[in-house]
Design a protein around this ligand. Sequence first.
Ligand code: GTP
Ligand code: MG
Length: 360
Amino acid sequence: MIKKIFQKFKKNDNLSDTEFLENKEDDSSYKEQAIDTLQEETEIHINEESTIENNSSFFNKLKLGLSKTKQGISEKIDSLLKTYGKFDEEFLEELEEILITSDIGMDTTLKIIDKLREEVKSRKITETIDVKSVLKDVIENFLTTTDSNKLNIDPSPSVILVIGVNGVGKTTSIGKLAYNLKSQGKKVLLAAGDTFRAAAIDQLKIWGDRTGVNVIHHQEGSDPAAIIFDAIQAAKARKIDVLICDTAGRLHNKKNLMNELSKVFKILDREYPEATREVLLVLDATTGQNALQQAKTFKEVADITGIVLTKLDGTAKGGVILGITSELNIPVKLIGVGEGKEDLQPFNPKDFANALLSDN
Ligand SMILES: Nc1nc2c(ncn2[C@@H]2O[C@H](COP(=O)(O)OP(=O)(O)OP(=O)(O)O)[C@@H](O)[C@H]2O)c(=O)[nH]1
Ligand SMILES: [Mg+2]
């Protein structure tokens, strides 16, 4: 192995293998340099490979993650398109039923139907076969809000506060996000702001170990605002690009939860005003219309800048995403499609509409 490494350096030395090895075998600094270079090259190679793999598998993974929701919407729409030749009010009524049962919600469904009717008329479409692409456009439009879907972490430093009720997937999403940002070369730090349960702190520490990211934590029951304070100081001292803060989802009551959040916001305002701020509300797609209700409640107390919609892989209720974006005008920024560290994807309205209504 060492010989192989040395051969990489031999090019510049004009020596035979044996001479080279004899000269260099006991030169430890040379050895270290050679090993470092080889490791670096291997890493670059692995990263290149995984980027290529990610690009080609990205859309497939999204489709796979959405397979249950697709079964609920896409397959039913396809069979409807086959049954009805003509685009008429009866067709629209059937479509309305499919959308409502996919958890898109009544209000949003009616708006989608109205928009579809309008678009079909203006594009002079009469055959149902041509309706699918119009519906894709309409859905993409409903998923698009005035704010960008891109995670707002530039310029550095930035802080991401992750909020949401218990069990929705906050800590898991933080772990995945830390992995994702670190892979992009960012310096990431985590703050264990959920002090309500000891297990919550341990869970974040496990993600920290898994992703090689440090976690600032105190003990169970300590003041979350104090942890956020310490984490901000650490982030400044260590020149961290992105500080991600976990928060409790479960407290004795809603009032306590909201008070705790407002204390955390005060610390952020006072101690880290220069940081680009992102407040992500995590919602569990499997809870359907309940997720919409949670979003409305949190919106009253927090300036939510984006939504992370988790567990899309385990539900046929992914349609709720349309209700959330169109009713609240908050962009979905990330979606969770599994429990692994790579199962968090950036959200893009066009890709999502295409994956949802794709033919296979
Ligand atoms: N299938 C699937 N499971 C997920 C996803 N995201 C999170 N989970 C699972 O959901 C469960 C709850 O996730 P947590 O990250 O602990 O949720 P939390 O919001 O931090 O919960 P609390 O700390 O109790 O407030 C865990 O078993 C996760 O593995 C996802 O995108 N897909
Ligand atoms: Mg948690």
